[in-house]
Design a protein around this ligand. Sequence first.
Ligand code: ATP
Length: 304
Amino acid sequence: MEYILETKNLEKKYKKFKAISNLNMHIPKGAIYGLIGKNGAGKTTLIRLICGLQKPTAGTYSIYGISNENKKIIDARKRIGAIIETPSLCLDMTAEDNLKEQYKVIGLPNYDDLSTLLKLVRLDETGKKTAKHFSLGMKQRLGLAIALVGNPDFLILDEPINGLDPEGIIELRELILKLNKERGITFLISSHYLDELSKIATCYGFINNCKIVKEISSEELEQDFRKRIQLNVSNVKECVKYLEEINMPYKVISNETIDIYEKINVSELVIALSKRDCTVNEFSEKGESLENYYLNLIGGAEND
Ligand code: ATP
């Protein structure tokens, strides 16, 4: 697998306090990577390190395979666009002038793509209106356009949904999906809005107590999310035989637990199984949200 970003035992200490420690992370090319963790877990610190705003106190990371210890990391970072916490805008400037500033900052010789970028974020008709009169959604979109100057292929968005109204959230979601699909941009998005994140992310990293406690793809997670009926039975073998006969998708979880992935008439099932010397001791409907998954995982990690 080709990784846009990989970290190895990354650590950042502020005096004696470890904001992140032994952090191992892998962002595949083309992914929309959702970074999830509670306040103070170390998300922004991690993002600052990657963007070169701070230096790690131990461990390494690589961007496009180039180690942070290699001088070429400066060039690799030029391929990254980022919005950390709030977009850095000049509030007294128009959308167009804000973008022009960014072209100058990164030393681009001309304003190629400027009108395409404004159109892309739907700010091409804001004319002389200055950014201070923009809605939060417009500011966020302008921030995204600024991050896109120079045509980066990796975008880092720290809490991009904060404060947006439902319409702003939908617009941002569509924009991220479009950029991912049409321009092949890889995203790292930290967010507390798990429901929203689950609509776009292709993989997740869960951060807790300074480290990534789990990385999982959305497909793997969906397997866990699938609505299912969980049975606790006295005779798994017989239960499996019966489910095979009636062509029911299932998964054996343990020597007394089976998950069934389609709707089933439980009373009929109980009767049928009882004729085969198999008692159903318990059944329950399962199906998780990303939020439940996170809470179970972090709860579990905290009890370690
Ligand atoms: P949030 O979701 O609230 O933004 P976060 O996951 O982004 O949180 P960080 O901002 O990375 O968390 O902070 C991680 C820890 O490091 C926190 O305990 C924070 O107080 C501490 N920290 C961050 N920056 C500094 C600093 N410059 N000096 C000392 N401690 C810091």
